[in-house]
Ligand binder design. Sequence first.
Ligand code: SF4
Ligand code: SF4
Length: 177
Amino acid sequence: MSRNDQVWIKRNYENCSGCRRCEIACALYHEGKIWPEASRIRVFMLVPGVEIPHLCFQCDDYPCVEACPTEALSVNSQTRAVNVDASKCTACGLCIKACPGNVPHLHPEGNYIVICDLCDGKPKCVKACQEGRWNTLMPVPREKEVSYKTLAKTPKELTHEVAKQILGEETAKEVID
Ligand code: SF4
Ligand code: SF4
């Protein structure tokens, strides 16, 4: 895989229907069963009607990898996704603290963190979303000039932003505050 083949998952939050096909596709691929709690993409609905699919933003400097004291996290040189070595992870949570989007989360049964690994360059969540014609998740070429870390936000922060677009400033304020 050359740099030109590397993908980044663009999110058009206002398109998300909350169908959660992405969670199902991810869990089926990584866990072999429908298990949304173990999905590497999670859809948050903190405000009714405002759905936020949330997954790794692949920050350029990977603060999660830097923060890990046991070297359980590494950057895949082919895809640039974060790989988790479950056998090395102690679930200390330092990667969660370091992540500007609070993205890493604990596997519901194993004592280790899960993070989107881009399914080796062919993300299953994107396929599921496109099959549903929602086009919320879009594969775009990873670009050198873009700072992906600036897009990394928590579900709460993203909900604030998207609610303003979908509901308008006044209603969003009423619903959120
Ligand atoms: S598949 Fe697409 S539309 Fe459905 S919940 Fe996931 S991101 Fe939203
Ligand atoms: S978004 Fe979070 S999990 Fe993803 S690379 Fe950045 S710090 Fe790591």
